[in-house]
Design a protein around this ligand. Sequence first.
Ligand SMILES: Nc1ncnc2c1ncn2[C@@H]1O[C@H](COP(=O)(O)OP(=O)(O)OP(=O)(O)O)[C@@H](O)[C@H]1O
Ligand SMILES: [Mg+2]
Length: 350
Amino acid sequence: MIECRNLSKSYGTLEAVSDFNLSLEEHEFLSILGPSGCGKSTLLRLIAGLEVPSQGRVFLQQREISAEKIILPPERRNFGMIFQDFALFPHLSVASNIAYGVTGTRSEKQKRVRELLELVSLPHLAAKMPHQISGGEQQRIAVARALAPWPRLILMDEPFSNLDYQLRLQLRSDIHDILKHEGVATILVTHDQVEAITFSDRVLLMHNGKLVQDGTPTEIYQQPQTLWASSFVGEANHLTVEWQDKALKTPFGRLNVPAEIGKQTRILMVRPEDFRLESATSEETNATVKTVDFSGSVQIIRVELTGGVMIQVSCSPHSVHLAQDSVKISAERFLCFNNSGHSLEGFSTK
Ligand SMILES: Nc1ncnc2c1ncn2[C@@H]1O[C@H](COP(=O)(O)OP(=O)(O)OP(=O)(O)O)[C@@H](O)[C@H]1O
Ligand SMILES: [Mg+2]
C-alpha cells in the first residue's frame, strides 16, 4: 500500500533520514522504533507529505506521491494523523471535532459521529468541549476524529507518551482493537520498545536515520541483528568469548557450537531471562549472587562470574537466591556475534 524507496531527508549537513526503505501492506500495523532524535518523526512527515524528500520516493498503491519535485498535498492523501499533544480544536465540541473532516449530508455526518463515539466508548461526551474532558478521553477522541473520514492509513507519532502508565497500557490496547476493527493500516512511531512490540505486526528498528532491522516483534527481540539492537530492544548481557579446543570458552563455562560459527564469534549475547541459576556444590560453582531486587513480577539478580564479569539475570519472584550465595550459571539460549557486532546465529541448549 505504501512504499518508501531510498528515502532521505537532510537538514543542512544533518541526514535525519538516510536511504530508508519501507513497505506497508493493507491492514498492516507497523511500528517505527528508535531512540530520540533518530529521525522517526521526520520519516512519518515524509510519508504524510508534510516534508519533501531530499532523495528517494514515496509510493501510494504504486503511484508516486512524494519525490524531490512531485508532491501530493497531505490533505489529498486521505491519511489520518494522531500526535502526542492530541491537538483537538479547542473551540469545537467533541462531536464537531469528530465531524470536522467528514463529507456528506448533515445526517450522514451525525451518523458517523455517533458510530465513532460508540466505537471509542464515549457517547456521553458528544457535547463537551476538549478542556472539559481528561487526557485519555481527548486521545480517544483524537483517534475517533482521525478515523472519521474513512482514512486509508493512520499515522501516529508517540500518541501515548503524555499519559500515565496505567492509562497508556489501557489506551494502547483499546486503540489497537479499534483500529483492527476498522481494518485500517497503521504506522506508529515510538521510542518505547514495549509499545512497539505489543502494538504492531511488524517493527522497523531505526538508528541514526537508518533502518537497522525489519522484523516481527518476536524476531526483533529474539534475533537482533546487531549488538546495538540487542540492547535497545530489551536487556542484554554481552560477554567476550573465544574459540578454544573446539568449543566456545565463555566466562561461565564452555559451550558447544558448530566450528564455523564458533571460530567467528567474539561476543555472546544472553537475555537475563535466558540464564539458569542453580544452587551448587563448591566444585560446580561458577558465580556469586551480588544483589537481588524484587520488582513485582520478576526478581532481577546481579551475579558476578568467576573472573569478575557482572551479569544480570531475571528469575521468577519465587526463586530463593540471596546475596553472597554461590551458584551455578548456565545459558539456555544465546546469540553469537562477530567482530563487527553482527549476529551470526542463535542457539538453545534446552
Ligand atoms: N525542521 C528541522 N530542521 C532542522 N533539523 C531538524 C528538523 N526536524 C528535525 N531535525 C533534526 O533531525 C533529527 C531527527 O529528528 P526527528 O524529530 O525526526 O527525531 P525523532 O526520532 O522523532 O526524535 P524524538 O523521539 O525525540 O521525537 C534530529 O537531530 C532533529 O534535531
Ligand atoms: Mg519524534
